[in-house]
Ligand binder design. Structure first.
Ligand code: GDP
Length: 325
């Protein structure tokens, strides 16, 4: 049996200690435990809890092809230059493939693969009972505990989970590009509500100024802002050439400082923790209820509901109270 294989058994404290020291394999293994919804996660999360809270979490969303991966890579370069340790979590809510398979496709990240100050990990969440909302916060915790100063969370594939990704981040970056009909799509998808910072990438292409103007117009229309409120900036970038990336980092730092000053960072983290608790609780309940399929008690309740001797709400109360008592 190889050493890696032996370590795979159940030695959570060792794994956590190694992750804390920044050992990439341990970090990868812990995220795999999340992806697999391992029963050991309870122990892992208990061990990680005191080590978390230091990372600044930035979510990047936008339509496929807009330049998320290229921008993420450029941000990694910028943060590394500033001496920060960076974690990248590329989440694919639709892919049936697990981490490794996807990672191979993220070629634009390959320039960072030999940098010990960078962790890059793809994670598939399809098939998970709790999905992205369940898995992403736990994977972020692993990267946080491993000493990442910044965690970049990027969606891969379809963009329907933008709101979910935004809910995991301290700062949400929404990317658009000229000529993609993004302005109209943005309004439809409601991403105008979630962006703390907007990026018009591919600014080397025609129409970038028009996209920025349209976005500016749309952002201005929707909301009335009080003095001191955050006005989401629009940053133009050519991520493929690293242009505008310093400005983007600057916008992120400003947003972070504004959040800290106004107590928004603490508020967001509290709300995230509440969501996380709720998701874990609901997922656990659903698992237990799912486990009751074919169970005698449920069968009896179902029969009563069918006969009309019991209503479905009372039956559901009965079922839930039986699960938690
Ligand atoms: P994602 O699907 O949102 O992650 O987008 P990618 O980062 O994979 O980029 C999609 C394509 O756009 C790739 O071929 C990139 O090389 C290209 N691209 C990214 N940034 C720029 C840019 O600033 N200008 C131009 N012209 N192309 C870019």
């Amino acid at each position: 049996m190889s050493e890696a294989r032996r370590g795979r058994s159940t030695d959570v404290p060792t794994l956590v200690e190694q992750a804390r020291e920044g050992r990439p394999r341990a970090v990868a293994r812990l995220i795999s435990l999340v992806e697999d919804a391992s029963p050991q996660l309870r122990e892992v999360m208990a061990a990680l809890a005191p080590l978390t809270g230091g990372a600044y979490v930035v979510g990047l969303t936008g339509s496929p092809g807009v330049g998320k991966s290229t921008s993420t890579s450029a941000l990694v370069t910028a943060f590394r230059r500033a001496g920060r340790r960076v974690g990248v979590l590329a989440v694919d809510p639709s892919s049936p493939f697990s981490g490794g398979a996807l990672l191979g496709d993220r070629v634009r990240m390959s320039e960072h693969s030999s940098d010990p100050g960078v962790y890059i990990r793809s994670m598939a969440t399809r098939g998970h009972l709790g999905g992205l909302a369940w898995a992403a916060p736990q994977a972020i915790r692993v990267l946080d505990a491993a000493g990442c100063d910044v965690v970049l969370v990027e969606t891969v594939g379809v963009g329907q989970s933008e709101v979910e990704i935004a809910a995991q981040a301290d700062t949400s970056v929404v990317l658009l590009a000229p000529g993609m009909g993004d302005g109209i799509q943005a309004a439809k998808a409601g991403i105008l509500e979630i962006g703390d910072v907007y990026v018009v990438n591919k600014a080397d292409r025609d129409g970038a100024d028009a996209t920025a103007r349209e976005l500016n117009h749309m952002l201005g229309l929707g909301e009335i802002r009080a003095a001191g409120d955050w006005r989401p900036p629009i940053v133009k970038t050519v991520a493929a050439r690293g242009e505008g990336v310093e400005e983007l980092v600057d916008a992120l730092e400003k947003h972070r400082a504004w959040m800290a000053e106004r107590g928004v960072l603490a508020e967001r983290r509290l709300s995230r923790a509440a969501n996380e608790i709720e998701t874990i609780a609901v997922t656990a309940l659903r698992e237990r209820i799912g486990g009751l399929r074919g169970d005698q008690h449920l069968a009896v309740l179902a029969a009563k509901v069918t006969e009309g001797t019991l209503d479905p709400y009372t039956a559901a109360d009965d079922l839930v109270s039986g699960l938690t008592s």
